[in-house]
Design a protein around this ligand. Structure first.
Ligand code: HGY
Ligand code: MN
Ligand code: MN
Length: 422
């Protein structure tokens, strides 16, 4: 691992640990978007942004943005960022490491007396993780004009709409158009790999080639709650029987499709709610959320068609109704920008760091940012590839090395994009 990097590894690490400590103590590490804990983390970040000399704002899509003007504002913005929200009982590095990287880069620029030609912005995107409203990447969808009114009408379990939630965290759903950006020339994101390649091959960084497309589908089965002891089996309308068969077919279809091509395909049922959920009541209603990911949208189309047919058949066989089979979100796979990848690769080589091209099986804000800007990512190794769990871990020097690669690329792009613009 490289030392004497052009950043302060300890300062960067201290930020990651301080933000990670703002968590639900009962479920480390949990800082769910839209919650008071999330807002506490946001306030902490805003103070750190201001201390670093950034002018700070919340845009109408709920993103926290720190800005440091360049010498030539007409050139537009180079942005670095990620997200500060977590999954339930998640880790300390997913998202946080990327936002802290941006903050450290700004401090290192100022400390070295470097004024970029471009304006630099550090972005903490709102709700990158699937929120309680059922939607992920809320802030980056908003910044890229991809947050529509149907999405804003989604509700979380207590009935609040995303529209109301957005207002509650400082956004403004009535002025969403103002969040859409045309002036970002390059977006770079550092993220833990959430996979095992870098660690298993003792590599310093991954230069991300592509980011999977993610489709999320809600399936609801409506049967009849009945007495578990007195209702004859053949007279039951057991929603969980249809749901359980559907979970099994998601796995079977994923294995079948993944086995057919070189393309990447995975599918998961991560949410299954059973109502009324008591040991002596036949389940009356079940809701599943299916998460399907691929580098080839044709595979998702085939998956959804088969799932639609099979889940309908399971409903009929269980004498229940399938009352919902609805796509909640559907993002296409994204290729990362070749020029930015080249700048990242050069940065790693200049620092004497080992690097490899890697696809991303995880979704990221960088995927949405590619709709309005050149966009690319750097992965850093995490222990055993584990993520979305409290065991998630990344070494201080590994994060600093990835941050230094982005720092190198920011300075190189500042020059090359200025020449392109002249
Ligand atoms: O689900 C994902 O891929 C990301 O961690 N939000
Ligand atoms: Mn995540
Ligand atoms: Mn993430």
């Amino acid at each position: 691992m490289k030392t004497n990097l052009p950043l302060d590894a300890n300062r960067l690490w201290a930020d990651v640990m301080a933000l990670a400590d703002i968590t639900d103590p009962a479920r480390p590490y949990t800082r769910r978007s839209f919650t008071p804990l999330f807002l506490e983390g946001r306030a902490w970040l805003a103070r750190r942004f201001a201390e670093a000399g950034l002018t700070t704002r919340i845009d109408t899509a709920g993103n926290l943005i720190g800005r440091l003007e360049g010498t030539n504002p007409a050139l537009g913005v180079i942005a670095v960022g990620s997200h500060s929200d977590t999954v339930p009982s998640g880790g300390r590095f997913d998202g946080i490491a990327g936002v802290a990287t941006g903050l450290e880069i700004v401090r290192a620029l100022r400390q070295s007396g470097t004024r970029l030609n471009h304006t630099i912005e550090i972005i903490d995107f709102l709700a990158e993780e699937p929120s309680e409203y059922g939607l992920s990447c809320v802030g980056s969808r908003g910044m890229t004009g991809s947050l529509d009114s149907k999405m804003l009408d989604l509700t979380e379990p207590s009935g609040e709409t995303l529209r109301e939630g957005l207002r509650r965290v400082g956004g403004d759903p009535d002025r969403l158009a103002e969040a859409k950006r045309e002036d970002i020339r390059a977006f770079l994101e550092l993220h833990i790999e959430q996979g095992i390649v870098l660690e298993s091959r003792s590599l310093d960084v991954g230069i991300v080639t592509s980011i999977v497309g993610i489709r999320r589908i809600e399936v609801v089965f409506q049967g009849e709650a009945d007495h578990a002891g007195t209702t004859p089996i053949n007279l039951r309308h057991d929603a969980l029987v249809a749901a359980a068969n559907t979970v099994a077919v998601v796995r079977r279809l994923a294995e079948q499709l993944a086995g057919e091509t070189e393309d990447y395909f995975v599918a998961t049922v991560g949410i299954l709610t059973v109502e009324p959920s008591a040991s002596n009541i036949v389940p009356g209603r079940c809701r599943l959320l299916v998460d399907a990911r691929t580098t080839n949208p044709v595979l998702t189309k085939r998956f959804v068609e088969s799932l639609d047919l099979e889940s309908a058949a399971f409903a009929a066989a269980a004498q229940v109704s399938r009352t919902a089979f609805e796509t909640l979100s559907d993002g296409p796979p994204v290729a990362c920008d070749a020029d930015l990848r080249a700048a990242l690769r050069q940065g790693a080589q200049d620092l004497g760091l080992s690097e490899i091209d890697l696809p991303s099986g995880a979704g990221h804000d960088a995927a949405f940012m590619s709709r309005i800007s050149r966009s690319a990512m750097v992965f850093v190794p995490c222990r055993k590839g584990k993520s979305h769990a409290p065991e998630e871990w990344a070494d201080r020097d590994a994060i600093a090395a990835g941050a230094a690669v982005i720092f190198q690329a920011v300075r190189a792009l500042d020059q090359s994009l200025s020449q392109d613009a002249s």
